[in-house]
Design a protein around this ligand. Structure first.
Ligand code: PHE
Ligand code: CA
Ligand code: ZN
Ligand code: ZN
Ligand code: ZN
Length: 296
């Protein structure tokens, strides 16, 4: 898998920040900044050769949008999907939550195109609307899929907050070592994500696989899922600060759902490691092979 250039991911975050600043300071459902964010991501994907579609939905008196991008080729009956929510809360620009996951997902998609990847599986990338109002966009996407289309999705990877300023390194507990686990196949997804961090010698902790982000609607219908997370309002313990660095007894993201969730609210190392982990997981799980060593 390729090394994802973190500078490219950060350039997308700067664009999302500019979009928020030009549209009343946020990128929330029903606001102009959300649609402008969709248009920005779609423009990059269209130029790279993706087949994109925008799914509109109505929620709470406003129109919301999901953006779906398919990379041509691969086994159409065997789909690997990744996704991130693109909406912010009303309070701020949403750069860590979830410009970070959106920008990393976009840059991995662009890396697929740069490498002209022809994996065994079909690759699909999604950007969800109205996550902050209750996983609305991802729920509409899953519920709108005909049963035959739903059963083709063999795995879904979710990235919601992957650049927290006082980061932890968390993987959704798909194998149930800390709880109930997920649909069959979720354990393998967790393992592949953890394998990347093992290669770069960064310890990973489980985080709850309880449906608190857009993978929820997927696991509810039995689709295997997984994902990464660098922490939100919870506090980093002394033991976690020992192994990960950063500030003990302080939140992973002190600007969570606040106006200060700007481009200043990003830890570049966390953003880089998570972006590279996403690429590793996509290449590995899609059957693309690859020989690149971590840390390059
Ligand atoms: N979904 C939460 C939000 O957008 C963030 C979150 C992601 C929390 C993953 C826990 C686990 O606000
Ligand atoms: Ca990188
Ligand atoms: Zn949020
Ligand atoms: Zn979020
Ligand atoms: Zn686990």
């Amino acid at each position: 898998a390729p090394d994802i250039p973190v500078a490219n991911v950060k350039a997308h975050l700067s664009q999302l920040q500019s979009i928020a600043s030009a549209n009343g300071g946020n990128r929330a459902h029903g606001r102009a900044g959300f649609k402008a964010s969709i248009d920005y991501v779609k423009g990059k994907l269209d130029a790279a050769g993706y087949q994109t579609s925008v799914q509109s939905f109505s929620y709470s008196g406003a129109t919301g949008y999901n953006l779906i991008a398919d990379w041509p080729g691969g086994d159409a009956n065997n789909v690997l999907m990744t996704g991130a929510h693109l909406d912010s809360v009303n309070a701020g620009p949403g750069i860590n939550d979830n410009g970070s996951g959106s920008a990393a997902n976009l840059e991995v998609a662009l890396a697929v195109a740069r490498e002209k990847l022809q994996p065994q599986k079909h690759l699909r990338f999604g950007w969800w609307g109205a996550e902050e109002l209750g996983l609305i966009g991802s729920s509409r996407y899953v519920s709108g899929l005909p049963a035959a289309e739903r059963s083709k999705i063999k795995g879904y990877l979710n990235f919601d907050m992957v650049g927290s300023p006082n980061p932890g390194y968390f993987a959704y507990d798909g194998d149930g070592t800390s709880g109930g686990g997920g649909p069959a196949g979720s354990a393998e997804i967790e393992k592949v994500l953890r394998d990347y961090f093992a290669k770069i010698n960064v310890p990973v902790e489980d985080t709850a696989f309880d449906g608190r982000s857009d993978y929820g609607p997927f696991i509810d219908v039995g689709i295997a899922a997984g994902g990464l997370f660098t922490g939100a309002e919870d506090y980093k313990t002394a033991a976690e600060a020992q192994k990960w660095g950063g500030q003990a007894n302080a939140p992973f993201d002190r600007c969570y759902h606040s106006s200060c969730d700007t481009t200043s609210n990003i830890n570049d190392t966390a953003l880089d490691r998570n972006s590279d982990a996403i690429a590793y997981a996509v290449w590995t799980l899609a059957g693309a092979g690859g020989t690149q060593q971590p840390g390059e």
